[in-house]
Design a binder for this molecule. Structure first.
Ligand code: ADP
Ligand code: MG
Length: 312
């Protein structure tokens, strides 16, 4: 369904910023893959590159095959058709993704009218159906975004993404701005809808538990690279993924909140990447050769990981 082949994104802004450095990843039809990593690791750059939504300052390399067609070399007209109808994106902050002065029914109808040439009454009927699918009453079509809660707005974004029945949905931190209870409801909704319609999902989050809940496989990014890729049920092998998984405080345990078992330090500045494995300065188990040898993803058990200490 989707194949990323050595995808790279470099922003030209006061020097080169290599935000994504050779990411290869494929998604089968109906499969849900999670993309995790700290803020700044390049996740959103990957998402935006998939539908060529990056600013002009970004230079994209490699290939993005959507159902066998290269998105990066596609003609503009074809690209417009592919957006929404083959693949659509759900962004993080639903309050910024919706037009504040337009009723949500009109906003959900817009891709239907533009891409499906739907008539007014056909679009209205589809909007009612979509609202129902995302758990909102049909009369909500007449509401403005500010009349909805954060969770309801995110449901509207999902309804928009589903409007033209895409085969692939890219969801970039779809629940990060929501409280935990609403987050769980929205995740359940996403999981049920992709299963019902057989949609492939690339879901991005910094929260591994969110991804493990919904996805069949997980990919972990660090400093623009994939450092691990494997089934979401297994145990992580890369020290970075392990640290990311351990970084969540336990509810009711003040000690874990004050001293989370996360990582010291910040992700590296893409313009000043450390040599060797880019994670070595923060890695709790780094050895001397980590500073010089840069390891590619390699098989270890049920997964692949890019660490000199695991695999062959
Ligand atoms: P994530 O989604 O994982 O937080 P991003 O893809 O947003 O990561 O960012 C990756 C890197 O690219 C960061 O270092 C960020 O500062 C840089 N970056 C993102 N967008 C731009 C842009 N439009 N111009 C310049 N640098 C950018
Ligand atoms: Mg992001």
């Amino acid at each position: 369904m989707l194949e990323l082949d050595n995808l790279s994104v470099t922003y030209k802004a006061g020097g080169d910023i290599p935000a994504v450095r050779g990411v290869s990843l494929s998604l089968a039809a109906g499969e849900a893959v999670g993309l995790a990593g700290e803020s700044g690791s390049g996740k959103s750059s990957v998402a935006l590159a998939l539908l060529r939504l990056l600013p002009r300052s970004a230079v994209v390399g490699g290939r993005v095959l959507l159902d066998g067609e290269d998105v990066l070399t596609m003609k503009w007209g074809r690209l417009r058709a592919v957006r929404w109808s083959s693949a659509s994106i759900v962004f993080q902050g639903a309050q910024h993704g919706l037009n504040p002065v337009q009723r949500i029914g009109e906003q959900i109808a817009e891709p239907l009218v533009v891409h499906r040439q739907a008539s007014g009454s056909a679009a209205d009927a589809r909007v009612r159906e979509l609202l129902e699918q995302v758990g909102l009453p049909a009369w909500r079509a007449r509401s403005y975004p500010h009349e909805l809660s954060g969770g309801q707005r995110q449901r509207v974004m999902i309804a928009m993404a589903l409007a033209c029945s895409p085969q692939l949905i890219i969801a970039d931190e779809p629940t990060t701005a929501l409280d935990l209870m609403v987050q769980a409801q929205v995740l359940t909704l996403i999981r049920d809808l992709i299963a019902l319609h057989g949609i492939s999902l690339l879901m991005i989050s910094h929260d591994l538990s969110v991804l493990a809940d919904v996805c069949d496989r997980l990919a972990v990014m660090y400093a623009g690279r994939l450092v691990e890729l494997g089934p979401s049920s297994g145990d992580f092998r890369h020290p970075y993924s392990q640290a990311l998984a351990a970084a969540f405080p336990t509810v009711g345990d003040p000690a874990s909140r004050l001293a989370p078992r996360g990582l010291a330090g910040d992700p590296p500045d893409p313009q000043q990447l450390p040599g060797g494995c880019s994670f070595h300065p923060r890695c709790p188990v780094a050895i001397e050769s980590c500073a010089t040898s840069d390891v590619q993803l390699r098989p270890v058990g049920d997964r692949t990981a890019a660490c000199i200490l695991v695999g062959e």
